[in-house]
Write a protein that binds this ligand. Structure first.
Ligand code: FE2
Length: 262
C-alpha cells in the first residue's frame, strides 16, 4: 500500500505571496510530481497549515489547486488554520461528532487516523475537549489492526528548541494512550518545516519540511530562520512487515553523474 504525505502548504489568497514565495505555485509543483510518479497511491494526506491565515479565500485557492490531484486526499488542520473557514469551503470534509476535523480510513495497511490538534489562536496544539478520548476509542475499536496516526503537531518534542513552546499539550498523557493501544506503527506529522525522523518511546515518526517556506534546523537556536528549499513530500510504502518512507523534492535536481556509468 502506498500513501503520500504532504504538509504545511500555507496557502494565501490568489495574487498574494508569503516570504516572497507563491505557496499555490509550490503546491501545484508537488501535485504535478505526485500525479506523475505516485498516481497509484491509495491516499494523499495533508497534515495541516493548509492556509497561512485561515481565511476562506485561501481555502478556496487550495480547493482549486486540489482539483488537479489524481489521488484521493484527506486534509488535517494546523495552528495556522481556522476550523469554521475551512468547513465553509470544504463543506463535506469528514469530522467527528463534536465538529473536530478528525476521522479515520481503513485500508489494507490498517487504520489511518487523522487528528485535529488545532487550538485556534495559538501555536501550540491539544487533544482536549474529547479529542483524546476519540483517538483512544478509534484505536480500541480496531484493537488488532495496525494503526498509523496523522497529526499536525508532533506528539512529543523533536529536539529543536524553536518548537518547544509550540508543541502538543499533555504530550506524555497522549503518548501513554498511544502506547497503551500497542498497535501504532508510525506517526506522520507536520508543523516543524524541517525533515525529522526518529521514535518516541519506541513509536516511529517522520515529518518532511513541507511545501511552503522551510526552517533551517538548529539544535540550539530558539529563533526560526526561514529558507526556500525545494517543496517536498514523502511517500510511504507499507506492508505487513515494513513501513518504508522516502522524501522527494518536487523540483528538478541538478544531475551530476550516473552509476553504473554509461
Ligand atoms: Fe506550518
Amino acid at each position: 500500500m502506498k500513501l503520500v504525505h504532504v504538509t504545511d502548504l500555507h496557502t494565501v489568497p490568489p495574487g498574494d505571496r508569503l516570504y516572497g514565495l507563491d505557496p499555490a505555485e509550490r503546491l501545484d509543483t508537488v501535485i504535478a510530481a505526485i500525479n506523475r510518479d505516485h498516481g497509484d497511491a491509495e491516499i494523499c494526506v495533508f497534515t495541516g497549515d493548509l492556509a497561512d491565515k485561515g481565511d476562506a479565500a485561501s481555502y478556496a485557492q487550495l480547493r482549486d489547486c486540489l482539483q488537479a490531484l489524481a489521488v484521493p486526499y484527506r486534509l488535517l488542520l494546523g495552528n495556522h488554520d481556522n476550523r469554521a473557514a475551512f468547513l465553509e469551503v470544504f463543506t463535506d470534509h469528514s469530522r467527528d461528532a463534536h465538529g473536530f476535523v478528525q476521522s479515520f480510513h481503513d485500508c489494507a495497511a490498517g487504520r489511518l487516523i487523522f487528528l485535529d490538534t488545532l487550538v485556534e489562536g495559538h501555536g501550540y496544539g491539544a487533544l482536549d475537549q474529547g479529542r483524546l478520548d476519540w483517538l483512544a476509542a478509534c484505536l480500541e475499536d480496531a484493537s488488532t489492526t495496525p494503526a498509523y496516526i496523522f497529526t499536525h503537531h508532533p506528539l512529543s518534542p523533536i529536539g529543536l528548541p524553536h518548537f518547544e513552546p509550540y508543541g502538543l499539550n499533555d504530550s506524555a498523557a497522549i503518548m501513554d494512550r498511544v502506547l497503551a493501544a500497542g498497535t501504532v506503527r508510525h506517526v506522520f506529522f507536520g508543523h516543524v518545516h524541517v525533515d525529522a525522523n526518529g521514535s518516541w518511546r519506541g513509536v516511529p515518526f517522520s515529518c518532511n519540511r513541507g511545501v511552503a517556506h522551510q526552517i533551517e534546523p538548529n539544535l540550539s537556536r530558539s529563533e526560526a530562520i526561514f529558507i526556500a528549499g525545494a517543496p517536498t513530500f514523502s511517500v510511504a510504502l507499507i506492508d505487513e512487515h515494513d513501513v518504508l518512507i522516502n522524501r522527494f523534492d518536487a523540483s528538478e535536481p541538478v544531475v551530476i553523474g550516473q552509476w553504473p556509468p554509461k
